[in-house]
Design a protein around this ligand. Structure first.
Ligand SMILES: Nc1ncnc2c1ncn2[C@@H]1O[C@H](COP(=O)(O)OP(=O)(O)OP(=O)(O)O)[C@@H](O)[C@H]1O
Ligand SMILES: [Mg+2]
Length: 357
């Protein structure tokens, strides 16, 4: 049974519709991540679930009960924000217990829940400190602690780690994954970070312009994107997109890439009309020496990361193609290469960006 459900949920500010009919099912215990470009409506959707924004139309149900008009405090939800203002004059213990005191929960129960949360988050030794005596990561844990003590059914996180430095982010990402297991909690999490989305999510929701583009497991979206937008959004460095035209000839269908020296690659669709304009998508790691298709490219720039190299290469004055290789140490810029790839790994999209299968 789904724990949380959105049915044709919309949001308008005045005449401007920013959420344009979202349907979503979230199961109990699921870790769901919202991604999408800035302004696509991730925070708005989260805030509507929390009850901080009114839902213009459509239904939000939690455990099959319609929640649109239920007070935020009665939805069984706790939200952790990017800017988690802790009360500076209160200790960690007081910060974590504040919402419970405010709700009139007995003192002994508050004590119990705060020490429970402090244990989970390893904040025990810091309970008597004030926020200014904590590191950024410790403060973030207190903010999460404030949510945990409320024993919510559902946690909402809006870019909770974006204020932290790279090392702390990695640390907190692992903490959040552990927390999810330990509490068996349902989590909805907004992030701009590819790695966070790929590693934390059971299910990723890709949004654009107030619309859900695709929902799926991280690897489903990576391997099997429904359209050009999802293909380009998931994965870093991005998938390469090469413009081509379908042709038929001896041996079947292929795609001619006029920007790449008229390379004829065996990527096509049986039954596709010759002359159809398409985009061929190839991920950087799909270039392999054993590939049967090849592009004639000249290396423009190299990024040596140690274990692997990213080569940025082009044909003539064409678009840059990113190639990932484990054997790139000997390459130098100006080198001419035959960038080989397995045509079976290439994806095909029509002129509207829809995936062709
Ligand atoms: N109170 C408001 N009044 C009018 N428009 C708003 C209001 N709040 C948000 N919007 C608009 O709604 C759209 C979605 O905003 P939202 O904050 O949900 O985006 P987001 O996906 O969270 O972006 P980001 O990644 O930058 O946080 C934006 O175009 C924004 O300008
Ligand atoms: Mg936002």
């Amino acid at each position: 049974m789904s724990e949380l459900q959105l049915s044709n949920v919309r949001k308008s500010y005045g005449g401007l519709e920013v959420i344009k009919g979202v349907d979503l099912d979230i199961k109990s215990g699921e870790f769901v991540v919202f991604v999408g470009p800035s302004g696509c409506g991730k925070s708005t959707l989260l805030r509507m679930i929390a009850g901080l924004e009114e839902i213009t139309s459509g239904d939000l149900t939690i455990d099959d009960i319609r929640m649109n008009d239920v007070d935020p405090s009665k939805r069984g939800i706790a939200m952790v924000f990017q800017s988690y203002a802790l009360y500076p004059h209160m200790t960690v213990r007081e910060n974590m217990g504040f919402a419970l005191r405010f709700a009139g929960i007995p003192k002994a129960e508050i004590e119990k829940r705060v020490s429970e949360a402090a244990n989970i988050l390893e904040l025990g030794p810091l309970l008597e400190r004030k926020p200014k005596q904590l590191s950024g990561g410790q403060r973030q844990r207190v903010a999460i602690g404030r949510a945990i003590v409320r024993h919510p059914k559902i946690f909402l996180f809006d870019e909770p780690l974006s204020n932290l430095d790279a090392e702390l982010r990695v640390h907190m990402r692992i903490e959040i994954a552990r927390l999810h297991k330990q509490l068996a909690a349902t989590i909805i999490y907004v992030t701009h970070d590819q790695v966070e989305a790929m590693t934390l999510a059971d299910k990723i929701v890709v949004m654009r312009g107030g619309v859900v583009e695709q929902i799926g497991s991280p690897l489903d979206l990576y391997d099997d994107p429904a359209n050009l937008f999802v293909a380009g959004f998931i994965g870093s460095p991005k998938m390469n997109f090469l413009k081509g035209v379908i042709e038929t000839g001896d041996g079947g269908t292929f795609t001619r890439l006029s920007d790449y020296g008229d390379a004829k690659i065996p990527v096509g669709l049986t039954g596709a009309t010759p002359g159809t304009a398409v985009t061929v998508g190839i991920r950087p790691e799909h270039f392999k020496e054993t590939g049967t298709a090849a592009l004639d490219l000249t290396i423009d720039m190299l990024e040596h990361l140690g274990g692997e190299t990213f080569a940025y290469a082009r044909h003539g004055n064409g678009e840059l193609v990113v190639i990932e290789t484990k054997n790139g140490r000997g390459l130098k810029s100006g080198d001419r290469i035959a960038a080989r790839f397995d045509p079976a790994c290439a994806l095909l999209f029509d002129a509207d960006g829809k995936r062709l299968r």
